[in-house]
Design a protein around this ligand. Sequence first.
Ligand code: FES
Length: 580
Amino acid sequence: MTFTKAEWPRRLRSQEWYGGTSRDNIYHRGWLKNQGYPHDLFDGRPVIGILNTWSDLTPCNGHLRELAEKVKAGVWEAGGFPLEVPVFSASENTFRPTAMMYRNLAAMAVEEVMRAQPIDGAVLLVGCDKTTPSLLMGAASTDIPSIVVTGGPMLNGWFRGERVGSGTALWQMSEDIKAGKMSQEDFLEAEQAMSRSSGTCNTMGTASTMASMAEALGMALSGNAAIPAVDARRRVMAQVTGRRIVQMVKDDLKPSDVMTKQAFENAIRVNGAIGGSTNAVIHLLAMAGRCGVDLSLDDWDRLGRDVPTIVNLMPSGKYLMEEFFYAGGLPVILKRLGEAGMLHKDALTVSGDTVWDEVKDAVNWNEDVILPVEKALTASGGIAVLKGNLAPKGAVLKPSAASPHLMRHRGRAVVFEDIDDYKAKIGDEALDIDETCVMVLKNCGPKGYPGMSEVGNMGLPPKVLRKGITDMVRISDARMSGTAYGTVILHTSPEAAVGGPLAVVRTGDMIEIDVEARRLHLDIPEAELSARLAAWTPAADAPKGGYDWLFRTHVEGADTGADLDFLKGCRGREVPRDSH
Ligand code: FES
């Protein structure tokens, strides 16, 4: 990667607002001075927007205001002018129908906030699942110098001597309740142990995965992803990031210099090695779309096939992010990939150095957390992309979270028309289902839910759980929480709500999956499938207007990242002058 630094000093875009004696300049400066800023701060130094996704209703990001103060300290030290800016915070644990519906709205808002305001560089303060991709998407669409600081994971949860992994434990315990293995009282007691510090989910769920993706892409300083939220080193990371963004502005080191095709390929390899969330597939495809990088589901399958999963973290393994940090964190993984010839070593990072410069001296301090290749959780750990007449545009499965004995399977479909149908039927002891069946859930894709909820890991029927069975093949157009597990085929495209083949599967049809062959097949005659598709009609479920209309009218399929069609690409940093 060749990157040519811009000459310095030069006039920055913030000077269009602050640098002069016109009526407009005085208007912009004068109002900001009501915060007590001296006049010399408007002398042409980089103005750094600290885009903060803090919110009381996004508890995973609840500590970001303290971190913002450390970022500010770093910006001041480096001669910049920091201004904290609250931005849309799509909380995973409260937004309905699903936070995913608002990722694109948040990205759109961030893009406009960055472009419309006197910001020369941005520190993206993120953490919870959707906050990381939405801010990266917005930043990519402006190409204003930007750098990520994540809030970091929570400390380990502990309950009666066992680690409690965010989300993962919730799935396990709720299945144990249905199977009669756990009491409701114990479940409530375990709740107190799940979230014992500030921070994001402590498993290798979507938040930790996206923090890892940001670092693997080169958009965060090396080592950022795994530092626990409450470790003093998290605050150090925030401060040095504040220092760094000032120099990035001077050098004009932009997202497009860092988020290249090479960087995305590095991130995909990393996702396989860490056993990362299937949500990363959708987010990276959307981010690449903003960057103008040609990335596809086929790239995910091609690049992930020979990557072993070596990070022994829940939901695939047994440890949590705190232990990953102590073992050396993501730099160790990048180094391993580099040694195995699976890393574009010369990909540029926000540090100004290559990724290899950053990680070549990393040390693995715990070989039970970061495993040797011969002890990998899964030899082929990358996301598997299945195709066939049931998923012409692809569906995904996470091998490290699936059961080996179900990776090749033929079973009778038990169909749920939507999530309400599933909830109504799954507990019915008369439901004709056993562990050999394939559970099929429709109408949970981007347009269908709407927003593509994390319901793909449908809980098993109680009568199956009572037999001690813990996994069945499940297929849907939904997503799955990064903290979840099982032989779960997700993101089936085209989705049912637009008339994809998933829409016409019937209870009793036979379905074949073969992960090794990347095959997902509905075993009915071709003519029968064509006839069913020809007779299919969409649900009469019109959007109510507002963002619901905008989203459902313009959202694209999961196979290309589920972005809004008119938001793809980079629209740059230029903005018309105002006139007061
Ligand atoms: Fe916010 Fe997991 S729910 S990080």
